[in-house]
Write a protein that binds this ligand. Structure first.
Ligand code: CP
Ligand code: NVA
Length: 303
């Protein structure tokens, strides 16, 4: 690998054209997969998955993607590597990137993945940090595009915590050219520097209903992300009134989609009859993780 190795630590690592190309390619790969196409561009290639946090969708979609593409994935946690015994992240990156072709990492601090990437000879993908979840947004934009076409110009309402997934929706708004309204309780807003950088496409709105009014997508996420388990009680109180329920969906566009990256907590951030109702596209979002990440792997390993 050369100095030109491309990483995907945030959506901003790719250009708007590259991002659109990946989403369009994901739709093609999904259709090919459904037709039973045998397409194995990553034969003999290895993906290392380094996960410091739990995962269902991200892990399985990356492992299945490598199987479909004819390659292999190795799942690693701190407990079964020397990371857990104090080997520096930089040294781990130098060693692993001499053995594997690409790495996906899920960790707490965004600095950790930046340090890893700075010392890696091969592409590094952010599989979620406390700050961002860019892979999720590839699948979410794909889910919208499959149903309605280009997301540019659409209005999206984020209701809930100003967390890692919210931050990636903010980046997506400026890169894909849609408008994002963010409604969070006081003290749980998104990162201020990122908000300033995304100001042209992101507005903070004080009430969930005002944010949702006329929106094409209403999206939320858990009120207590991984690593915030100790704050659960105070968060449940602070987020009262932020549930996405039928009243919220009723003020959105008549054909609005409900999105959630999952895992979801029914009765907290979303009412059961919304997530399990007709406007919900959450299972497509989850499925599209597979296809969007296949397009991402193909892109990073061919540039
Ligand atoms: N949405 C998502 O990233 O799910 P997992 O935590 O199950 O990977
Ligand atoms: N915001 C959630 C997303 C899980 C996919 C978390 O970080 O736990």
């Amino acid at each position: 690998m050369t100095m030109d190795t491309r990483h995907f630590l945030t959506l901003t690592d790719l250009t708007p054209d590259e991002l659109r190309g990946i989403v369009t390619r994901a739709i093609e790969l999904k259709s090919a997969h459904r037709k039973g196409a045998d397409y194995t561009p990553l034969k003999n290639k290895t993906l290392a998955l380094i996960f410091d946090k739990s995962s269902t969708r991200t892990r399985v979609s990356f492992e299945a993607a490598m199987t479909h593409f004819g390659g292999n994935a190795i799942f690693l946690t701190a407990q079964d590597t020397q990371l857990g015994r104090g080997e520096p992240i930089e040294d781990t990156a130098r060693v692993l990137s001499r053995m594997v072709d690409i790495v996906a990492m899920r960790t707490f601090s965004h600095d950790t993945i930046e340090k890893f990437a700075a010392n890696s000879r091969v592409p590094v993908i952010n599989a979620l940090t406390d700050m961002f979840h860019p892979c999720q947004l590839l699948a979410d934009v794909q889910t919208y595009q499959e149903r309605r076409g280009d997301i540019a110009g659409a209005t999206v309402a984020w209701i809930g915590d100003g967390n890692n997934v919210c931050h990636s929706w903010m980046n997506a708004a400026r890169l894909f050219g849609f408008n994002l309204r963010v409604a969070t309780p006081e003290g749980y807003g998104p990162n201020a520097d990122l908000l300033a950088a995304c100001a042209s496409h992101v507005d903070m709105i004080s009430s969930p209903a005002d944010a949702a009014a006329g929106a094409a997508i209403v999206v939320t996420d858990t009120w207590a992300s991984m690593g915030q388990e100790g704050e659960k009680t105070e968060r449940m109180t602070a987020f009262e009134g932020y549930i996405v329920d039928r009243d919220i969906m009723a003020v959105a566009a008549a054909d609005a989609m409900f999105m959630h990256c999952l895992p979801a907590y029914r009765g907290l951030e979303v009412a059961a009859d919304v997530i399990d109702g007709e406007q919900s596209v959450v299972w497509s979002q989850a499925e599209n993780r597979l296809h969007a990440q296949k397009a991402l792997l193909e892109f990073l390993l061919s540039t």
